[in-house]
Write a protein that binds this ligand. Structure first.
Ligand code: HEM
Length: 396
């Protein structure tokens, strides 16, 4: 008989392969892609691991994104008690129609065309950082010198946030997303980020410049909403792409036979890296009404945890899913989510990755790890964005 109920969310990655989702989740997917799961606060909800099931939940607006309706699947979070509703401006935690108002405003600022126009800027920023690496090398931490600063400069330039303030806002964002930080510290970090963005918004209103935040001052968003939106965009644009670039480089260093494919078709290669690595590895929704899914009844009020990394390794959707194959057509992967909350910054992230990853390997063809692969410090498995803390590399 197949498993129908589990007591904890499996989190540990398999020994020896930091890129694969927990093996237990793969086994569940094969046996029963939608199972009951007991949450740390005692709630009996669901866990979806199959591509079809995860995609169906994300596409269905009977499943809510409102935090206050959710039970958290990660141990430790139950201490907070009920999750608070989304702070002002945090569209990720809203449903339609409140979500629609923000989304409509922002979608026009992140068009494919506008992001493609940023290519030259990304090329310049990438080249500057690769030059600096050459001067500093031949051994350094790729996260600190390249994977982190390139997307940080780009999101700052796009939003109109001074890059010179990076240490300040990065500190707030890191504390906000810290996997094991005490809730009080997270709330303080959010408050600090909000105040920082609030000061910036006032400055943009008084003296608009050529950037997204200044453009948004002409919308109907009030100062508090604008500071909230600015904070979400900044936070969402920092660690996500940085970890994709760093983990992507790590994966390619472990699979050097794939590097030719990266240069042959960077667009295709980036989609496969997104699928294979799925750094935003978990997502959560709450059923607002009874929903029938895959022959099972998900009752109103139930939380559903979505194992995004496992869904993107579903053999029913992708042949030989555990192989990194940069020549495959990975379109349709769920690394940017799906449905009304699908990543707003995905075109920006794509432009950054399509330039930064191939250029790194073009300019440093002898790039290799400076430590044994198992010594590369990985981010904790329960962090919302997976990746590496540091990636020590060297070249000759
Ligand atoms: C490779 C990099 C990235 C990955 C893997 C990623 C992943 C995701 C995912 C999975 C979601 C859906 C969340 C949900 O369904 O609840 C999302 C939403 C979002 N992302 Fe990204 N993201 C990336 C880069 C960015 C960047 C650079 C920005 C900055 C502009 C950004 C801004 C957002 C925003 C604002 C949302 C919320 C959209 C909404 O609620 O309508 N992301 N992202």
């Amino acid at each position: 008989m197949s498993v129908s109920h589990i007591d904890d969310l499996p989190l540990a990655r398999p020994q020896g392969c930091p890129f694969d989702p927990p093996s237990e989740l793969g086994r569940l997917q094969a046996e029963n892609p939608l199972v009951r799961m007991t949450y740390p606060d005692g709630h009996v909800g669901w866990l979806a691991t199959g591509y079809a099931e995860v995609r169906a939940v994300l596409a269905d607006q009977r499943f809510s994104s409102r935090y206050e309706l959710m039970h958290h699947p990660l141990p430790g979070m139950e201490e907070i008690g009920e999750l608070p509703p989304a702070p002002v401006g945090d569209m990720i935690g809203l449903d339609a129609p409140e979500h629609t108002r923000y989304r409509r405003l922002l979608v026009g600022k992140f068009t494919v065309r506008r992001m493609r126009q940023l290519s030259e800027q990304v090329e310049r920023v990438t080249a500057e950082h690769l030059d600096a690496m050459r001067r500093k090398g031949p051994e350094l931490d790729l996260v600190a010198e390249f994977a982190h600063p390139v997307p940080a400069v780009m999101i700052c330039e796009l939003l109109g946030v001074p890059y010179s303030d990076r240490d300040t806002f990065q500190g707030y964002v890191t504390a906000l997303f810290a996997a094991d930080g005490p809730p009080a510290e997270k709330f303080a970090a959010y408050q600090n980020l909000q105040e920082y963005m609030g000061r910036l918004v006032s400055a943009k209103r008084a003296d608009p410049t050529d950037d997204v935040l200044s453009e948004l001052t002409t919308s109907d968003l009030n100062d508090e909403e604008l500071a909230g939106v600015g904070g979400v965009l900044l936070a969402a644009g920092l660690d996500t792409t940085a970890n994709m670039i760093a983990l992507g480089a790590f994966a390619l260093l472990r699979h050097p036979e794939q590097i030719a494919g990266l240069h042959a078709d960077p667009d295709k290669a980036v989609e496969e890296l997104l699928r294979y690595l799925t750094v935003a590895n978990l997502n959560i929704r709450a059923a607002r009404e009874d929903v029938e899914l895959g022959g099972q009844l998900i009752k109103a009020g139930s939380t559903v945890t979505l194992a995004m990394h496992t869904a993107n390794r579903d053999p029913l959707r992708f042949a030989d899913p555990d192989a990194l194959d940069l020549s495959r057509d990975a379109v349709g992967h769920l690394a940017f989510g799906h449905g009304i909350h699908q990543c707003l910054g995905q075109q920006l992230a794509r432009v950054e990755m399509r330039v930064a990853i191939p250029e790194l390997f073009k300019q440093f063809p002898t790039l290799r790890l400076a430590v044994a692969p198992e010594e590369v410090p990985l981010r904790p498995v329960h962090q919302s964005i997976y990746g590496v803390h540091r990636l020590p590399v060297t070249w000759s």
